[in-house]
Design a protein around this ligand. Sequence first.
Ligand code: 5GP
Length: 196
Amino acid sequence: MNFLEERILKDGIVKEGNVLKVDSFLNHQMDIDLFNEMGREFKRRFEGIPINKIMTIESSGIGIACIVAQHFNVPVVFAKKSKSINIEGEMYVAEVESFTHKCKNQVIVSKKFINPEDKILIIDDFLANGCALQGLISIVNDAGASVAGIGIAIEKGFQDGGKIIRNLGYKLESLAIVKSMDSEKGTIEFTNRGEY
Ligand code: 5GP
């Protein structure tokens, strides 16, 4: 079992509706030593792949992305959630359905901050159905830039996102893949395989 899986078992709480609560160390209170270890591990997994920028999505990806970026010595750009305002022209826009809040958000990134020559590592806290990732990928594609890889802290392997993203051919690395979880028993099982 790796360091993140151990921490999830120790402090994660399984909620109804396939939600794993990790807000004591990941997305409310943040354990920076843990994030540092995640950064080291992503650096190892993406060794030798040219990466000049990290991209994530507001809000809980930002903390992780910033600490990970220190291991790659690159800047972080985060997609901002926005109300529908007239921003066409200056911004790349994607529609993202929120798994946890069950609503649709428009996310935007200024055209100033992604260029066709960028090789982008996408980082996020969770992968569930893959909507957030697909939004980020579409923004990178719109900019003519390339996705060098995708690093996820916790993938819920029993939802379809991982399969969809891997089938699209992206190098997707998740530090912990939850195979199953049970809110009544409070149990969590992991797998090493990205698809099963
Ligand atoms: P997706 O777009 O892949 O369906 O969901 C990814 C986003 O939803 C993540 O950025 C994360 O913020 C949120 N999310 C999905 N599942 C969970 C979960 O089980 N727990 C928490 N805390 N957030 C989740």
